[in-house]
Structure formats: structure tokens, C-alpha cells
Design a binder for this molecule. Structure first.
Ligand SMILES: Nc1nc2c(ncn2[C@@H]2O[C@H](COP(=O)(O)OP(=O)(O)OP(=O)(O)O)[C@@H](O)[C@H]2O)c(=O)[nH]1
Length: 818
């Protein structure tokens, strides 16, 4: 039938593709098929024949035109292989860079053709800050110099009628813009950074998991006793995705080039709850979170409404708690850079269920047990050991998916640290996942001024030499060595330090900048002695100060000094002290530096509201630690202050009900109130501060006291009037509470929401029932209070909301006119 050969046909996308055959006689009918579908003519393709020649022409070949074609004549069929090669050997790639830097789009085509560039559909031409060039019409380049925010958009190139497109995203530098832009003028370099934070309950296998990820064995892993953060580092090859670890004390990691390797740092948190108050220092926005849970433990679903700090223990609750924490500490309502897509928020969280080996054992054990139970008709879900399903149901939980915190979740994986698979593939998969997630984080591949990268290396060198905290002056010296601009060295240095703090490389507070913490371990060492001070009680016996700390929160200077002796990093080591002796040198300078560091440590703890100097009538300068005070019954406090003696009248409650109140947030509120109002004195000079409660004198005669207290996810206030005076309104205090919460939200960049409510002056603390939410006030003009007969909403409002004088005036004015 056929007189032609059927050699494979090649063509480049966009070109003309012709398939041809000749047959023995012009009367022979030829049919063309692709796969098993007969080809029909369309706009882009014509079928023609003349005499014995049959031809199909595709005007613009597409990659999808590739495949097996069949040519059928009578009962004979021949096969023809067609390959349409993509025109673009390299497509344009999305670019995200910081404002002021140079953006370069580049693509490569398989055959030389001219190209036309577009931005948001409009043709682009070369100009003062846009350069278009092409190397032999094969490599096409578009360079935008000194990018500005309005360069954001979709960029495309059309070559031979085929489009390739990519987005340009410009980020405004979070640090001081002008300084950054100035520093960038002397050249920039790309830097890839990954911070991985392991969180979860105690003893769920975080340290073992970290060891596995670092390719180490888990022999000798012991549960961390006390508070700790272990930091480990490695490099990741961006091309091969290989992870490179250091062994022992050598530090070859610095030798790997920044543009080809990502810096990877792991922070392994010990899971002690005492430590939660300090989390905001360590929870970085630019991190990947590995939330570790033990699958063999009991799983309890969403039980959040009644969950308060320190009072939860089940796996589901931990997941809830950590997702809430990560969400509220890392996502700022207005910050678009944390929104990845409609359904995904940064930072990413991967949940890792460890202990799979134990679950299988449970399964085996329980099968017999379950059978018995089934017979007795007594099965429960827990008995069946369906732990894995519990997790999956949790992840698919509608509530979780609707809540923004659910948008951080990327993956759920199950493994065993103690009994991994033979080739330990599950850990390799996890490493790959981590790497892929890292690319989604806004600061991935940031371009930084080269001198900043030099300074980063100098700092790395210090930490390699175990120098964990440096003075600001030392940082200035280093910066000038790295050619930071001399005139404004502190401005640029601050800008650098803020950036490094933001990505979690070091800890720097602009308002307490005498020292810079290069390793979180330093801060942890300080915190651990102060947040859990009672561990040292046995070592300093016969001191009344301990019981006073527990009952009143008073932390006298003498106790502070004692605790400081336990902070390793704030004391000379034995070797150092010995060296001084040996050399017969004066230690004064070294001791002076340690003294300064101690003062800095106190300042940090004050900054985090772990310790506070309340204003009191005596204006003493003593420190208090509200979080150390033993919880006492509210009834006890009422009786001590004589609130129920019949002569004291109590206002309605005003409060804020939060969706989630992160640990220590109430402490921040209390401390802010402590800086404005004097604490009441009860009994023999005891300050009226308790765990989760503060009582303040709000006027000179001490006849009006304000109670501020924490109850579940609620902060509530009530005023006690010991001298009846009608018509008093505390709207300033209400506004102060709201302003305080809003300022704290901004200061700690916490994303939390609340509803304001009023409630009858019944028991303390005010339960959830019978709360009147301010938004509902209009609907509830009459409010039924079981304890005080009928009370109108107006009565409840009166003491917290001023009469709106403006509207009153407007009203009277308008009356006057008429
Ligand atoms: N059976 C089993 N045991 C595990 C697994 N992972 C960890 N363990 C054991 O659990 C104990 C605690 O492990 P760690 O890795 O220290 O746990 P952690 O979460 O770091 O503990 P903290 O440091 O106290 O917060 C160790 O005895 C481990 O051997 C696992 O997958 N299966």
C-alpha cells in the first residue's frame, strides 16, 4: 500500500509540523489516527492530498501533538512517532526579592527566535532601568534595576507565538529600608536559611527524631531534665538536596558557599510547661515547625473551651495548643507575606507521630481484648487502639480546617524512632519535605548586602568558639571590620541585628541593646534558673525568702543573687578562676562584665514580664514574680479584703473573652496594670497580687478597689466600692484594658481575637453562662439575672460606659435650634 518510509518526525513547539505519506495508487483512501481517535481537520491543522501524496500540516505544533500516529490504508496500518519538543528549554521562573535589588528574568529556547516581553499584558521596551537582551536569540534576558514596589506583576515573553510567564514579587525590607538599600548598593548575595523548630510534650521523642534527621544513632538519648533548647546545624545542597552534617567539634560548615547550600538550624525545645511563658522569644515566623506527638498516647479531640494554661495533657489538646501558639505568635493580621495561598498560611507545621512501634504492639494486644469486649458489647474507640485514625480525623476536623490555625498544617507522618525501617527511608522523606516547605517561607533566598553576610560569618565563628553573648560594642567592632558604613554604623548594625533576630539567627532587643545573644542556650540558662527557681531550694536552706516567694511573689535581691550563682553563663568557670589565680591577674574587669551581663539578664526578664517592679505606696524597688505565686482560692481573697461584709458594693463584670489566650499573656496584662495602679495592701503589708489575680487601689482613699483576674480564656474586671457613691463610671479603666491588650497584641505580634462582655456581679470568677456580649447588647434590652432578679442591660453598662455626651449635646443642640 505505502511507498514512503515512516521515520520519526521531530519539530519544535510553535513550528510547522508536517506528516506525510505516499501510497501505491491515487485511488487508495488514507485515514489518520492519533491513538485510537481518527484525526479531523481544525483551525490549526489541515489534511490534504494530491495524487498519491497525503499530508497533514499543523500550523503551530504543540507539545501535546507529540505521540504515536497511525496511518491506515485499506487493511494496512503504519505507525509514525512524532515528537514536538518544547520551545523553552528553560522557562521563566518566579522571582521574589527585596525592594531596591536587581531582578533578572531569563529563559532559553531550543531554536533561535526573537522574543517580545510583556508586563501585565503590556509590551515592555528597554528603558533607563529595564534592559532587554538576548544571546544569539537563544537566551533571552530581562533585567530590572533598583526594583520598586510598582515593578510587582506578571512578566511574559512571547517567542514564536508561545508564551512563558512568571511573577515578580517585591518585598519591602522589614528592617529600615533606606539603610538596607544603601548597604545593598555595594553588592548583594543570595542566602538560604532554614530554621526547624521541634515542639511538643515532654518525652514524645523530639530529641530522638532530631538525631534521626541528623543521621545519628539514638543510643543514650535521655529525656531532658529541666528546661533546654538544643541547637544543631547542617547544610543542604540546593541541587542534590543532600544534607551535610558536622562531626564532633570541627566546623567545616562555613566552607560551603551560600548560593549553593542552605544553612539549616534545628531548635529542639524541651517540653516543660514552666517554659511556655518565654516562648515568644523563640517562636520565629521564619521557621518550619515539627510538632511531635506520641501516637500511642490517649487522643482527645478538641476540648478547647475549658482549656487553660498548664491544664491539658492529651495529644489532641497538645496539637490544638501548639497550632494556636504558632498561629498567634507568628501571623500578624495585616502581614500578607504569611499568606501562601487561600488555604495555606506560613509558617508551615508538619505533625510527626512517633512511637508507631508501640501502636502496632497495642493493636496486637488489644485485638484479643477487643474481641472479648465486643462479645461483652462494651467496645470503645480507645480500646481498639485506633490512634492513627484519631489523628487523621483530627486533621480532617471541620473546626480545625475552618480555623486559620489549621492552615499551617502541611503534612502528617507516622514513624518510629526506635524501630525505623531498614533503609530509614521515612526520615529521608521527611528531610525532603522539610526542604520543600522551606522554599515557601518568605525569607528563603533573600538577597543580602555582602557585608551583612560577612558579619554573619564572623558571628558564626564566635558561636563556634562557644561565645554565646557579646556586647554591643564588640558587635560594632566586628561590623566595622566587615566595612559597615562608618558614619552610621549603629543604624546599619541595628538594621542587620533586627533582620537576624527576625530570621532567628540571634536574639536582639532594640530597647535593651547592651548585649546581643548569639545562642538561645545563653538565655535558656538564665531563664531556667528563674522560671523554675524552686529546684535550688534544697541548696539554700533556712531561707524564709523561698516561702515568701511562693506566697507573695516577692523576689528579694538576696535571692536574685543566689539564683545568679546557679546560672552557669553568669559565673566564672573554675578553669577561668584558676587561670586568673595562676597568672596572678586582677579579676575585676571580668567580674564587672559578669555584673553587666546579670543586669542585662534582669532587664530581659523584666521585658518578658517574668519579673516586675510594681508601683506601691512605699515606692520600693523590689522585684516580684507573679507567675511563681501559689494559686489561692478567690474566696479566700474576698474574705481577706472583706468584700462580703455587706458594706461593699460590687459593680458588674466587664471582661474580654478570647478565642485563645497564649501562655503568659495575662501576666503581661497584669504587669501593665501594675505599672499604672498601686497594688492594694492586705494583711501585714502583703501586696494583693496572686496567681492570675491582682487587686489595685484606684483612688487615694483606698475605698475603691479594682480586681483584674484571669479565668479560662477570659480576662475580667470588677470594682469594689467600700463607700457607696452613686453614678461612678469606670470607662477609663475599661478603655485601658482594651488598649493594653491591643498594644500587647502589636508588641508581641500576636494574632488573637476577643469579644467584650458584661455580666452580673455574681460569683468570682465570672462563668461563661449569662455573659452579655457587647455586640448583642442591642438585642438584649432586658437581661434576666437569676441572682439579682431583673436587671437591665443599662444597669450593667452604667459603670463601664460613659453616657455619650457628644450625642447628648447633638441632641440638645438640635432641640435648641428647633
Ligand atoms: N517505643 C518508642 N520509644 C521512643 C520513640 N521515640 C522516642 N522514644 C523513647 O522515648 C524517650 C524520650 O525520648 P526523647 O527523644 O528524649 O523525647 P523528648 O520529646 O526529646 O523528651 P524531652 O526532652 O523530655 O522533652 C526515650 O527513652 C526514647 O527512647 C519511638 O518512636 N518509639
Amino acid at each position: 500500500m505505502f511507498t514512503s518510509e515512516f521515520d520519526p518526525v521531530y519539530c519544535i513547539e510553535g513550528g510547522i509540523l508536517q506528516l506525510k505519506c505516499t501510497v501505491y495508487s491515487e485511488t487508495i483512501d488514507v485515514h489518520w489516527f492519533k491513538g485510537d481517535m481518527e484525526i479531523k481537520e481544525n483551525e490549526n491543522m489541515h489534511i490534504i492530498w494530491a495524487d498519491k501524496t497525503h499530508l497533514i500540516t499543523f500550523k503551530h505544533a504543540k507539545v501535546s501533538d507529540s505521540g504515536q500516529y497511525w496511518i491506515v490504508a485499506g487493511k494496512v496500518q503504519k505507525q509514525l512517532e512524532v515528537t514536538v519538543q518544547a520551545l523553552f528549554k528553560r522557562q521563566l521562573k518566579n522571582i521574589t526579592i527585596m525592594e531596591g535589588l536587581e531582578a533578572c528574568f531569563e529563559c532559553e529556547v531550543g531554536k533561535p527566535y526573537p522574543g517580545v516581553w510583556y508586563k501585565d499584558g503590556k509590551e515592555l521596551k528597554s528603558s533607563s532601568n529595564i534592559k532587554i537582551d538576548a544571546i544569539q536569540e537563544s537566551v533571552h534576558k530581562l533585567t530590572i534595576f533598583q526594583t520598586a514596589l510598582d515593578h510587582k506583576g506578571k512578566y511574559e515573553i512571547k517567542i514564536n507565538d508561545i508564551l512563558s510567564g512568571a511573577d515578580l514579587d517585591i518585598k519591602m525590607s522589614e528592617h529600615d529600608r533606606s539603610i538596607f538599600l544603601e548597604a545593598a548598593k555595594n553588592g548583594t548575595a543570595v542566602r538560604y536559611n532554614i530554621r526547624i523548630i521541634l515542639v511538643g510534650k515532654q518525652r514524645v521523642g523530639k530529641t530522638c527524631l532530631l538525631r534521626r534527621l541528623m543521621n545519628e544513632g539514638i543510643e543514650g538519648v535521655e529525656s531532658t531534665d529541666g528546661i533546654n533548647i538544643e541547637v544543631k546545624k547542617c547544610k543542604i545542597n540546593l541541587q542534590t538536596k543532600e544534607w551535610i552534617f558536622t562531626k564532633g567539634n570541627e566546623s567545616p560548615l562555613n566552607e560551603y558557599p551560600n548560593d549553593q547550600y542552605a544553612d539549616c538550624g534545628f531548635w529542639d525545645f524541651a517540653g516543660q510547661k514552666e517554659f511556655y511563658a518565654t516562648h515568644q522569644t523563640f517562636l520565629s515566623r521564619n521557621a518550619i515547625y515539627l510538632l511531635v506527638v506520641d501516637v500511642s498516647e490517649d487522643f482527645v479531640m478538641h476540648t478547647y473551651n475549658n482549656m487553660i494554661e498548664n491544664q491539658f495533657d492529651k495529644t489532641g489538646e497538645y496539637i490544638d495548643f501548639w497550632l494556636d501558639n504558632i498561629h498567634c505568635y507568628t501571623v500578624n493580621g495585616t502581614d500578607e507575606s504569611m499568606i501562601l495561598t487561600n488555604d495555606l498560611l506560613n509558617p508551615p507545621v508538619i505533625i510527626i507521630g512517633t512511637g508507631m512501634d508501640k501502636v502496632q504492639v497495642i493493636h496486637l494486644l488489644t485485638n484479643v481484648y477487643v474481641e472479648q469486649k465486643i462479645k461483652q458489647n462494651q467496645t470503645s474507640e480507645k480500646d481498639t487502639g485506633k490512634t492513627k485514625e484519631g489523628f487523621e480525623r483530627f486533621i480532617n476536623n471541620k473546626l480545625l480546617r475552618e480555623h486559620p490555625k489549621g492552615k499551617h498544617l502541611r503534612k502528617l507522618c507516622f514513624l518510629s524512632n526506635t524501630k525505623p525501617s531498614k533503609d530509614k527511608k521515612e526520615f529521608q522523606i521527611l528531610r525532603n519535605d522539610i526542604f520543600e516547605r522551606a522554599k515557601e517561607i518568605p525569607k528563603w533566598g533573600d538577597n543580602l548586602p555582602i557585608r551583612w553576610i560577612f558579619l554573619e560569618k564572623e558571628i558564626d565563628r564566635l558561636t563556634d568558639n562557644k561565645e554565646f553573648v557579646i556586647s554591643y560594642d564588640k558587635a560594632k567592632d566586628l561590623a566595622s571590620k566587615c566595612s559597615f558604613s562608618l558614619e552610621e554604623i549603629t543604624l546599619e548594625l541595628d538594621s542587620f541585628l533586627k533582620y537576624e533576630h527576625e530570621i532567628g539567627n540571634l536574639i536582639f532587643f532594640e530597647d535593651i541593646k547592651s548585649y546581643i545573644i548569639l545562642e538561645p542556650k545563653w538565655l535558656v540558662d538564665v531563664f531556667k534558673c528563674f522560671v523554675a527557681p524552686f529546684q535550688f531550694q534544697n541548696q539554700f536552706i533556712n531561707m524564709n525568702e523561698w516561702s515568701r516567694l511562693q506566697s507573695t511573689g516577692h523576689l528579694p535581691k538576696m535571692l536574685i543573687e543566689k539564683l545568679f550563682t546557679k546560672v552557669q553563663v553568669l559565673n566564672l568557670t573554675e578553669i577561668e578562676a584558676f587561670a586568673f589565680e595562676e597568672r596572678n591577674e586582677d579579676k575585676t574587669l571580668a567580674l564587672q562584665i559578669l555584673k553587666e551581663k546579670k543586669a542585662f539578664a534582669l532587664e530581659i526578664m523584666e521585658k518578658f514580664d517574668i519579673i516586675v517592679k510594681p508601683i506601691t505606696a512605699e515606692k520600693n524597688e523590689e522585684y516580684y514574680m507573679p507567675c511563681m505565686i501559689e494559686a489561692s482560692g478567690v474566696d479566700e481573697i474576698l474574705d481577706t479584703i472583706n468584700v462580703r461584709n455587706g458594706q461593699c458594693s460590687r459593680t458588674s463584670w466587664f471582661g474580654l473573652q478570647f478565642n485563645f489566650l497564649p501562655p503568659a499573656f495575662f501576666n503581661h496584662i497584669l504587669v501593665t496594670f501594675l505599672s499604672k495602679y498601686s497594688l492594694s495592701i492586705v494583711g501585714k503589708g502583703r501586696l494583693a497580687i496572686y496567681r492570675g489575680i491582682g487587686v489595685f487601689d484606684i483612688e487615694a482613699s483606698n475605698c475603691q478597689k479594682l480586681l483584674v483576674c484571669l479565668s479560662e480564656n477570659t480576662v475580667a474586671m470588677q470594682v469594689w466600692q467600700f463607700e457607696k457613691r452613686d453614678g461612678l463610671c469606670y470607662h477609663e479603666i475599661r478603655k485601658y484594658l482594651i488598649k493594653t491588650v491591643d498594644i500587647l497584641r502589636q508588641k508581641y505580634r500576636i494574632s488573637i481575637i476577643y469579644q467584650c462582655f458584661l455580666k452580673c456581679p455574681d460569683k468570682i470568677p465570672p462563668g461563661i453562662g449569662e455573659r452579655i456580649y457587647i455586640n448583642d447588647v442591642q438585642k438584649k434590652a432586658q437581661h434576666h439575672c437569676p441572682e439579682l432578679d431583673f436587671q437591665t442591660v443599662k444597669d450593667l453598662r452604667r459603670c463601664w460606659f460613659e453616657v455619650c455626651l457628644k450625642s447628648l449635646r447633638k441632641f440638645t443642640n438640635s432641640k435648641c435650634k428647633t
